[in-house]
Design a protein around this ligand. Structure first.
Ligand code: PAF
Length: 285
């Protein structure tokens, strides 16, 4: 596996892979790799022959500097996991490589108005900026993003479309622990007690799934049940519970062709998110 710390090395390796007839697959990450990330790699391998992973903790997408400081980092472990998963090259830049007093940023106009965007001002500007830069550096044919960050996926999809970035975006299903907790790099911050409490998020989605399968289409009714279920876990606070259109990420009153139920809650100072995509009211991911 190649470990590239500069843009030049990365571009050279990608050029050579392309010249050898390979399609380029890309998995952007901030490290602290877990099985969820590794599942993105195996999906990328189904679509491409040369897999690039980036590992970069992107300061400008953290609206809270404390959250940036405490973001878990173990690059040696990440490199060994990436290699075992079959990654061909890791792009591991430091901040000076990625940001040299930047004056240009990429923003999204309305897709960040609700959900995580509402409580994390500037977060998606940071994500859009770094993802655009990474796309320009790696120039992948395919990039894989996890459904757990559903708003990020939708924003990146629309950004690639609006800015004519020739990459196809693939959404990888949420990877869960055996008891249902969505895998996240932040889970390591949970105490044993909070880890148990946090199950209320995935359990609330199961409650919603059952209601929807029985024919419920009123989002207010679904949200009411989801909220009651989340409260059973006694989170320190609920950030949001929303049902939005997948297309616009705006709240809807009745389930539409493709909707998203998403929730975020704090367990101690750890903010966890989870979601479910509802298609035509019956196929639920
Ligand atoms: O999902 C993440 O880990 C990050 O938001 C990403 C896409 C790597 C951009 O920093």
């Amino acid at each position: 596996m190649i470990t590239a710390k500069t843009i030049e090395e990365t571009r050279k390796a990608v050029r050579e892979a392309r010249a050898a007839g390979k399609e380029i697959g890309f998995v952007p990450t901030m490290g602290a790799l877990h099985e969820g990330h590794l599942s993105l790699v195996s999906i990328a391998k189904k679509h491409a022959d040369f897999i690039v992973m980036s590992i970069f903790v992107n300061r400008i997408q953290f609206n809270d500097p404390k959250d940036f400081d405490k973001y878990p980092r173990d690059f040696d472990k990440d490199l060994s996991l990436a290699e075992k998963a079959g990654v061909d090259m890791v792009f591991l830049p430091d901040e000076t490589v990625m940001y040299n007093n930047p004056l240009t940023f990429v923003d999204t106009s309305s897709l960040d108005r609700y959900l995580c965007g509402a409580s994390r001002p500037g977060h998606f500007r940071g994500v859009c900026t770094v993802v655009t830069k990474l796309f320009n550096i790696v120039q992948p044919d395919t990039a894989v993003f996890g459904q757990k960050d559903i708003q990020q996926v939708r924003i990146v999809e629309k950004m690639a479309e609006d800015l004519n970035i020739p990459v196809s975006i693939i959404i990888a299903p949420i990877r869960r622990e055996n008891d249902g907790l969505a895998m996240s790099s932040r889970n390591i911050h949970l105490s044993n007690e909070q880890r148990k409490q946090a199950l209320c998020l995935s359990e609330s989605l199961q409650t919603a799934k059952k209601l929807i399968e029985k024919g419920e289409t009123s989002t207010a009714a679904i949200i009411r049940e989801v909220e009651a279920e989340i409260k059973k876990g006694s989170p320190d606070s609920i950030d949001y519970i929303s049902i939005v259109s997948y297309e616009t990420l705006e709240p809807i009153k009745t389930l539409s062709t493709k909707s998203v139920l998403a929730a975020a809650a704090f367990f101690g100072s750890t903010r966890l998110i989870d979601n479910m995509i509802i298609t035509e009211g019956d196929s639920i991911q």
